[in-house]
Design a protein around this ligand. Structure first.
Ligand SMILES: Cc1cc2nc3c(=O)[nH]c(=O)nc-3n(C[C@H](O)[C@H](O)[C@H](O)COP(=O)(O)O)c2cc1C
Length: 184
């Protein structure tokens, strides 16, 4: 897709750093299945630990690049696993960085879709709730309606990508809402 044919540019954020991550595989599957005119860059959340002492105009370069990527995206798609009944620290850390500067966060008013997943049938729904709460604190424009919660995710991935047609269709319906919320 050339820049001229892109109607909406999304940013995909996996809440896991491991190379064989199911969350990353979900994003890769969605990336391949996006409708014409919609693109998605996937970005790793490997950032320094949030520290208000270094959250200055000279904040670490990775943080500035992360905030810039959010600012440039029309919408954000977060795919999170669940760690100990909650969201992974990596994701909370990234959202805390993204939430600042106070009142000027690139996430304020930004359409954000949250998808959770787990090898368990519960699909990471408790992490989903925590991510929603954090986004509401900022506040991002949280995409509501039926929650995209993917249980037994391992059975739905092939060759490192989400490949389950029913889940893809359901998640793509939610991505349509992101694009609409962005006015695209
Ligand atoms: C520290 C830790 C805690 C976990 N806690 C939960 C949990 O509370 N609920 C759950 O469904 N899975 C839990 N799991 C299993 C993860 O869902 C599983 O490892 C998953 O593959 C991680 O996501 P990823 O594939 O995107 O890296 C946990 C895994 C780890 C490493």
């Amino acid at each position: 897709m050339t820049d001229a044919t892109v109607r909406a540019k999304l940013l995909g954020l996996p809440g896991s750093l491991r190379s064989n991550s199911n969350s990353l595989a979900v994003l890769r599957g969605l990336q391949d299945a996006l409708p014409a005119g919609v693109s998605m860059d996937i970005r790793d959340l490997r950032l320094p630990l949030y520290d208000q002492d270094i959250d200055t105009p000279d904040a670490p370069a990775e943080v500035q690049a992360f905030r810039q990527a959010i600012a440039e995206a029309d919408g954000v798609v977060i795919v999170t696993p669940e760690y100990n009944y909650g969201m992974p620290g990596v994701l909370k850390n990234a959202l805390d960085w993204a939430s600042r500067p106070y009142g000027k966060s690139a996430l304020i008013g930004k359409p954000v879709l949250v998808i959770s997943n787990s090898p368990a049938f519960t699909g990471g729904v408790r992490a989903h709730q925590q991510v929603n709460d954090t986004l509401l604190a900022i506040p991002a424009k949280l995409i509501g309606g039926a929650q995209v919660v993917i249980g037994t995710v391992g059975e739905k991935i092939r060759d490192g990508k989400l490949a389950d047609e029913a889940v893809l269709k359901f998640a793509l319906g939610a991505i349509d809402k992101v694009v609409a919320a962005a006015g695209k």
